[in-house]
Design a protein around this ligand. Structure first.
Ligand code: 0GY
Length: 305
């Protein structure tokens, strides 16, 4: 099937730089996606955007280029609850990729077990209205209780302003809960203001809650560095991500978010994104926890040293 990209769609960077920051051995890119290819794995009819293709081979080439050992492939909303592209990538990875799926309450236990066999270890609940239609909370809670015995976790994606109204639902989830992109803080607001304080309280009061400190390119208002500029890229995101890494060093994950759906303005150089890591995890110990120990504990618990 032929798909027409959403007008204005930005394709992933064709030639990312090799990072100057050397990733610790065994590092995991814990948030990335595959898109199609559409001709092989059609995009879902209910999708809110139509992306460019971004295949498993292209993802694995980026992994090797940047120096990662493993990937966690998160089901993108353009594929709805059809997990075939993500599952195919996990199966082709020779054990080097895990997956996070989107499922509906109609999924059978046999299908859940097949996803587990393929490497899936979580489900994603998305509350970003521009990406998905509303799913009733009782359906999500039912799914969370069904995946709990498999040892899976729930990944949640929401915007900071929506946390108060989602609080009771999130805190009722029976599994480990992983928040995408720090709950999308508005980094134009003070770090000690009510919005980000509520997010930190969420993590403080609920030791089952983890956070991805990813997507500075999505959250930043200051943007990438000017060409030849001395200042670090996305510097307005640094205090927020650093606060989360230093307060909860054992519950943070990092990912490239390749191929970067729905970016406006600029497409990041993925090598530059890796060079952002030492600004938010400033010691070797914090870097090892963020990039190796934490994702291995969550996704490859049997393979920990
Ligand atoms: C991300 C962010 C976005 C998109 C998706 O599944 C998706 O479509 O997650 C976004 O548009 O903010 O994490 O990839």
């Amino acid at each position: 099937m032929q798909f027409e990209k959403t007008p204005g769609w930005l394709d992933w960077h064709p030639a990312p730089s090799r990072p100057r920051f050397q990733l610790p051995p065994g590092s995991v890119d814990a948030h990335c996606h595959v898109f199609g290819p559409g001709a092989e794995f059609p995009f879902a009819p209910e999708r809110k955007y139509t992306p460019c293709d971004a295949s498993k081979a292209q993802l694995f080439a980026l992994r090797d280029h940047l120096g990662f050992a493993r990937n966690v492939i998160v089901q993108a909303t353009c594929h709805g609850a059809d997990n075939r592209a993500m599952v195919d990538a996990c199966q082709a990875s020779q054990g080097r990729a895990r997956g996070v799926a989107t499922v509906r309450r109609s999924i059978t236990d046999t299908e859940l077990h097949a996803l587990h066999e393929a490497g899936v270890r979580g489900v994603r609940f998305n509350f970003v209205k521009r990406l998905v239609d509303f799913t009733p909370k009782d359906e999500l809670l039912e799914i969370a209780h069904r995946i709990q015995p498999l040892g899976w976790h729930v990944v949640i994606y929401f915007e900071a302003v929506d946390l108060p109204q989602l609080w009771d639902f999130f805190t009722a989830l029976p599994t480990t809960v992983v928040v995408d992109h720090m709950g999308r803080p508005d980094v134009g607001k003070p770090i000690d203001g009510p919005e980000f304080s509520l997010f930190l309280k969420f993590m403080h009061e609920h030791p089952n809650v983890w956070s991805k400190v990813s997507c500075p390119e999505r959250l930043s208002l200051s943007g990438p560095p000017a060409l030849g500029g001395e200042q670090s890229a996305y510097r307005d995101v640094v205090p927020f991500a650093r606060r989360v890494v230093e307060t909860f060093p054992d519950r943070v994950l990092w990912g490239t978010d390749w191929p970067h759906p729905n970016l406006k303005g600029h497409m990041p150089d993925d090598g530059g994104l890796v060079d952002f890591i030492p600004h938010i995890a400033v010691t070797a110990e914090l870097q090892r926890k963020l990039l190796v120990d934490n994702p291995m504990r969550l996704y490859w618990p049997q393979e920990q040293p």
